[in-house]
Design a protein around this ligand. Structure first.
Ligand code: UDP
Length: 408
């Protein structure tokens, strides 16, 4: 067995890797393509970064293609993202034209690869029209929705579904997100990769240097949220919770760690709102990290006492699993995929308001034993449910089912 598969076996167990080898054996040599709209930033890029090499290691010829566009395209797809998460955003015909033209332009380059592929996963709305632009496709195409689409704004979903309906299947992170579609829909939650720099074990020296780099006081408690500067991640709500905690635990420090994704044009505006809300409190550390700051994020998640993900809407929230894998009970917004990860009172706490978050933060800081026990449960829960080996096993099973269906 290769070094890579051995390494997965050490963390996820022998059965997990055996199972992957069995499922991939009939797919050896098949051409598999993933398509999304950014190579850096955000959860999809995070997943593909390791899943693509693992698939190749298993003998499936896998490539990762990224579509690109101009400002209007990203404005359109960000509005679509917000609308699928429930915002009543009307998208102008001018922006929709940019969406369609950008997909048509990208199809010119990608068509040979996509039409020749045996299996294609199109991630999220950005590249959804590609299927309609590859009339001679020979493979199975599946649309993967990473977004909390439980209550999409109907006009935008109606527009998008004209592209999605023709896929062979689609898959979502949660049953609540499934839609009216004429094909089978599957549930496959995402995962983290335990071998990735973001999640691997770190030395104490690496953690120590992170305290120094960001001027954090290791003798005082630290609360952290890692996420893009996006309103649905509720960074302002995190600052409100911090201010409430500060009244009874004045030594608390807050770290908001984020960066941009190249397909997210709203980040700067939200960052400004966050800075305004933080004012001149020197215990609030607002970090703007480069896209490859994986070890830094890993270290921040390890050195923090409390990790939050106070999202108002969340497709899954990889940052929750990442922190749980580091033995942290996470305080998360009671929404979407966060509910799948946080088993309330066992692997963390689900909260609806900044006040609720503040109460739980205080409760954990005042009960270190409870915090440790919940953190232990959180880590085991991730090992069983949210590692990349389980994720890939379910994706390969999905395509095996589709193959079997067409044979029969
Ligand atoms: N992330 C990062 N740098 C940042 C902010 C986030 O590398 O500045 C990572 C984070 O660790 C996680 C992913 O980006 O792996 C975000 O995925 P998630 O599902 O939490 O949210 P999304 O951005 O996809 O909505």
């Amino acid at each position: 067995m290769s070094d890579l598969l051995n390494a997965y076996q050490r963390v996820a167990g022998k059965d997990a890797v055996d199972h992957l080898q069995q499922l991939s054996a009939p797919l050896k040599g098949a051409k598999f393509v993933h398509v999304n709209s950014t190579r850096v930033g955000g959860g999809v890029a995070e997943i593909l970064m390791k899943m693509v090499p693992l698939m190749n290691e298993l003998g499936i010829e896998t490539s990762w293609e990224v579509i690109t566009g101009e400002d209007k395209f990203y404005q359109c797809t960000k509005s679509m993202h917000n609308a699928l998460q429930g915002d009543p955003v009307n998208i102008t015909s001018d922006l929709l034209k940019a969406y369609e033209e950008t997909n048509a332009k990208n199809a010119e380059t990608l068509r040979p690869i996509l039409e020749d592929a045996d299996y294609v996963i199109i991630h999220d709305p950005q590249p959804a029209p590609l299927l309609s632009l590859c009339p001679n496709r020979k493979g199975k195409w599946v649309w993967r929705c990473h977004i909390d689409a439980s209550k999409p704004y109907p006009p935008v979903w109606n527009y998008l579904s004209q592209y999605v309906k023709d896929y062979d299947a689609s898959f979502f992170s949660l049953a609540d997100f499934a839609q009216q579609l004429p094909h089978t829909q599957y549930l496959i939650p995402p995962s983290i990769d335990p071998l990735r720099e973001k999640n691997m074990e770190l030395s104490q020296a690496e953690i120590d240097s992170t305290y120094e780099e960001f001027n954090l006081d290791r003798t005082r408690p630290i609360m952290l949220q890692v996420s893009r500067y996006d309103r649905f991640k509720d960074p302002i709500g995190v600052i409100q919770a911090y201010k409430l905690v500060k009244q009874s635990i004045p030594e608390i420090q807050l770290v908001l760690a984020g960066g941009g994704a190249t397909d997210d044009p709203e980040g700067e505006e939200v960052l400004k709102e966050v800075r305004d809300s933080a004012g001149n409190d020197t215990d609030i550390h607002i970090l703007l990290l480069p896209p490859d700051a994986h070890k830094t994020i890993n270290a921040l998640q390890r050195l923090s006492d409390i990790v939050l993900q106070k999202s108002l809407k969340e497709g899954f929230g990889l940052t929750v699993t990442e922190a749980m894998w580091k033995g942290k009970p996470v305080i998360g917004g009671n929404t979407g995929g966060i509910r799948l990860q946080i088993i309330n009172h066992h692997t963390g706490f689900l909260v609806d308001t900044p006040e609720g978050a503040a109460l739980r933060i205080q409760e954990l800081l005042q009960n270190p034993d409870k915090m440790k026990e919940m953190g232990k449960q959180a880590k085991e829960y991730v090992r069983e449910n949210f590692l990349s080996t389980r994720h890939l096993r379910e994706i390969l099973s999905l395509f095996t089912i589709l193959d079997n269906q067409s044979k029969s």
